[in-house]
Design a binder for this molecule. Structure first.
Ligand code: FAD
Length: 341
């Protein structure tokens, strides 16, 4: 993509809050482009827990992470947002005439708009990858950092690495469908919910899960992206070979704001400081919503982010239309406006 896109607002991050922001911007009659470094929309809900039920989204007593994202995409659809997925936003600067922001991505996309809405969560997150030779040859074919569909692990020999909630929860879940499940952890003790740890040990005693502790990942065996075994080593260098079709390393996510930290925005730890009334940052026309936004009493919850998206979209209207304020109306009165091309 080499041409410059022009729009009313750019949303950085297609997590749940970024997706709801598309809707709120649309209700304020602002068109938008959305950029996310991940290949699919949904942020943490898609990347980390698509099949886990969420219990505190208003009006849904229970909804799966993935289903919530599908509904947010449906709700945003009338406003026909343009998605640029698989691209990290690298640069943000004023245009030469100081009228708009110019945003650039790692793959060369350039978008100009008066409004920028940062919904970047914990940053352009990526998994902590284990330092194994040849790792990249297996990523996406035999090695995965999250479970998008549990059923794709059916009848597979699975090695899970890690000792936290993700490792333990997925061991319990995949033990129901996989041929075998081994859990490699460098300590004998796991750090997860006590009931889950108890179930893990019960399944280990029943021979359904192999607890490989204290061991660390050491090497991969296989060819052409097809894994055949994972070699693990103990602290004295003694090795064990685990036959495997799939490896799931769960070593957490790197929470790094990356380029966003270098745009001159006020930061507090790894969050952007905003005025809670409008979610405005210290840069004119730049708003921050969702997990990335910080103010006294901030709750990092999806429902909080939704309300912030509404506040930011309302204030963004005044930026895109200087001198005009958005007349407050309920959606029951306005319906869903259609944006002219
Ligand atoms: P995110 O979901 O983090 O999305 C941010 C997006 O921005 C990401 O997709 C990232 O790739 C992208 N991004 C960042 N920087 C860039 C860049 N420079 N260029 C391009 N893209 C970028 N919350 C609840 O309310 N209820 C729950 O029950 C609940 N359970 C949870 C369970 C787990 C296991 C986890 C991990 C979280 C849970 N949360 C829950 C928290 C909830 O998921 C977050 O509050 C929510 O995802 C925040 O949404 P967001 O849109 O602000 O950010």
């Amino acid at each position: 993509e080499s041409s410059v896109h022009h729009t009313d607002a750019v949303v950085i991050g297609a997590g749940p809050v970024g997706l709801f922001a598309i809707f709120q911007l649309g209700m304020a009659r602002l068109r938008c482009h959305v950029v996310d470094v991940l290949d699919a929309p949904g942020g943490q809900c898609t990347a980390l827990y698509p099949e886990k039920p969420i219990y505190d989204v208003p009006a849904f007593p229970q909804i799966l992470g993935g289903d919530l994202i599908d509904r947010l995409l449906d709700q945003a659809k009338p406003f026909a947002p343009t998605f640029h997925l698989g691209q990290r936003v690298e640069g943000l600067a004023r245009t030469e005439d100081d009228a708009r922001w110019r945003l650039t991505t790692g793959t060369g996309t350039v978008i100009e708009a008066p409004v920028v809405l940062i919904a970047a969560g914990a940053g352009a997150f990526g998994p902590n990858r284990p330092p194994l030779a040849g790792l990249e040859h297996y990523e996406g074919t035999s090695i995965f950092y999250f479970v998008a569909r549990r059923d794709s692990f059916r009848d597979q020999r699975v090695v899970i690495a890690g000792g936290g909630d993700s490792a333990v929860d997925w061991a319990l879940s995949l033990a129901e469908v996989a041929t075998s499940v081994s859990v490699v952890h460098r300590r004998a003790r796991f750090r997860a919910a006590p009931e889950s740890i108890a179930r893990l040990h019960a399944l280990a005693e029943a021979g359904r899960i192999d607890l490989v502790t204290p061991y660390q990942l050491h090497a991969l065996e296989g060819a052409d992206g097809v894994l055949s075994a994972v070699v693990v080593a103990d602290l004295d260098g003694g090795t064990r070979r685990l036959e495997a079709d799939r490896l799931l390393p769960f070593f957490g996510l790197a929470t790094d704001l990356g380029p966003i930290a270098h745009w001159g925005l006020d930061l507090q730890r790894h969050q952007l400081v905003v005025d809670p009334a409008t979610c405005a940052t210290n840069l004119p026309g730049v708003f921050a919503v969702g997990d990335v936004a910080s103010y006294p009493g901030k709750l990092k919850l999806i429902l909080t982010g939704f309300a912030e998206a509404a506040a930011a979209a309302h204030a963004a209207y005044g930026v895109a239309h200087p001198g005009e304020a958005l007349h407050f109306e309920h959606s029951t009165t306005t319906g869903v406006p259609s944006l002219s091309a």
